[in-house]
Design a protein around this ligand. Structure first.
Ligand code: NAD
Length: 441
């Protein structure tokens, strides 16, 4: 099939590359000229394992190309995926102007049947708005009175990939969700995803839109739940790792997303929770449960900084080493990263911060000022009064902690992800603090 992807970011590029890989002809659009230049030169502008190799292979097979023009993409494809940003507005609602503008441009450039597919995470009812925008903006030659003479469909196909394992997730999804309102749209989408041989959930557009928001909100609820449990564990001398293991073996609960820590971040969870709360409010329902999920998440970071303050005595003028700034491992994405907020809180207390992240340093340099950026994990610990682990990159498990101990002024570690080997570090002479592991133990 001939497919266009509008928006070539984390979701759009992965979607485009993977759809090309399974046999479709794909044209990826982006309005950022530098991004398109890089992509045309065979470079992936983000860090995502396996993506660059796969992209180059698809380009070589002539199944994937890039453009800055929606018009060109429209002319060459019958299915158009929207993988555009849907950032939060100040009131928590999703900003859908990117989606509206692209829909208008598609309408203006349509000359044959198109299926327009929402890949972005959008609030329920967005499908209807896209449909209306296209109808309103179709050239006059395709209208006769109120009648639309050019066929098109809108569908919803939310994306569930996780940054850091995005290619694998796209190729091996737990399910593909299709929100459709016509047999034709269903048939096309089933055909597109057929090679993935996965379970398909077919429903109407509104239900599909809700599936995405409800899924992300449920995952954040699990995270905040275990963080609340961790707070209790710390107070009564229990170990949240064992608690999560004991809970997670129950198949009704499952172990995933029961990792206590400094809370969720990233470009999706915080904004999707806000947007779902807002959708409830707009429709007369107070989603108080999700408000609490959000409150617990915010509290977790502030509490972590408080813990550091309690153990260091004073934060002012202390040198603090930070390992990890990406919102999760295996990505360079720092959008809404818990680590960024923690670094800023420490800076507000006048700490000096030395930072190292395996992949996110360039992005961090753009948003963090006054931080010493280090070339490796050891340099980040030099002369430090404590070390914070904020992103659980595998690399941090493999460092030589004897060297770290020697480099630090005070051998104190705060593990914001319960990632390191507590017993081993304590035996080596570190003071080690984690989350929910029984501070009194
Ligand atoms: P992103 O910011 O990485 O990518 C968006 C891209 O769209 C950017 O490259 C930007 O330059 C481009 N763009 C903006 N306006 C454009 C226009 N008018 N024409 C062409 N290109 C344009 O965002 P993302 O992380 O890929 O997220 C996209 C959507 O997918 C969001 O709704 C997000 O919530 C959702 N989503 C994201 C993830 C994730 O892990 N990142 C997972 C599932 C769903």
């Amino acid at each position: 099939m001939n497919i266009a992807i509008i928006g070539s970011g984390y979701v759009g590029l992965v979607t485009g590359v993977c759809l090309a890989h399974i046999g479709h002809h794909v044209i990826c659009v982006d309005n950022n000229p530098q991004k398109i230049k890089k992509l045309k030169g065979g470079q992936v502008p983000i860090y995502e394992p396996g993506l660059q190799e796969l992209m180059r292979a698809c380009v070589k097979k002539k199944r994937l190309k890039f453009t800055g023009s929606i018009k060109e993409a429209c002319q060459q494809s019958s299915v158009i995926f929207l993988a555009l940003p849907t950032p939060p507005k100040s009131n928590g609602d999703a900003d859908l102007t990117y989606i509206e503008n692209a829909s208008r441009e598609i309408a203006l450039n349509m000359d044959s049947y198109k299926l327009i597919v929402e890949k972005s995470t959008v609030p329920a009812q967005t499908g209807k708005k896209i449909q209306r925008t296209i109808q309103l903006n179709l050239p006059r030659k395709f209208k006769k009175g109120n009648k639309i003479l050019l066929g098109f469909d809108v569908a919803s196909n939310p994306e569930f990939l996780k940054e850091g394992s995005a290619v694998h997730d796209f190729m091996n999804p737990d399910r593909v969700v299709l929100g459709v309102e016509s047999k034709k749209a269903e048939k096309i989408l089933r055909e597109i995803y057929k090679p993935l041989k996965t379970k398909m959930v077919v429903t109407n557009i509104a239900s599909s839109e809700i599936i995405k928001h409800a899924s992300n909100s449920f995952l954040t609820t699990k995270i905040s739940f275990i963080n609340a449990v961790a707070q209790i564990c710390d107070r009564v001398g229990a170990d949240v790792l064992k608690v999560a293991e004991g809970m997670g073996l129950d198949k009704r609960i499952g172990r995933q997303f029961l990792d206590a820590g400094i809370g969720y971040g990233g470009s999706c969870f915080p904004k999707d929770v806000d947007s779902f709360i807002h959708l409830g409010e707009k429709n007369g329902y107070d989603f108080a449960l999700l408000k609490e999920v959000r409150r617990i998440n915010d509290w977790q970071r502030r509490w972590f900084v408080r813990l550091i303050e309690e153990k260091l005595w004073n934060i002012k003028d202390k040198t603090i080493g930070v390992w990890g700034i990406a919102f999760k491992p295996n990505t360079d994405d720092i959008r809404n990263a818990a680590a960024i907020e923690i670094v800023r809180m420490l800076q507000a207390e006048r700490a000096r911060v030395r930072l190292y992240d395996p992949k996110a340093m360039d992005n961090a340099r753009h948003v963090l000022k006054g931080v010493t950026f280090c070339d490796d994990p050891y340099a980040a610990t030099q002369g430090c009064d404590c070390l914070l682990l904020l992103t659980e990159w595998q690399e941090f498990k493999d460092v030589d902690f004897i060297q770290v101990h020697e480099a630090m002024r005070q051998a104190v570690i705060f593990d914001g992800r319960n990632f390191l080997d507590a017993e081993h570090l304590r035996r080596m002479g570190f003071e080690y603090f984690a989350i929910g592991r029984g501070r009194s133990v």
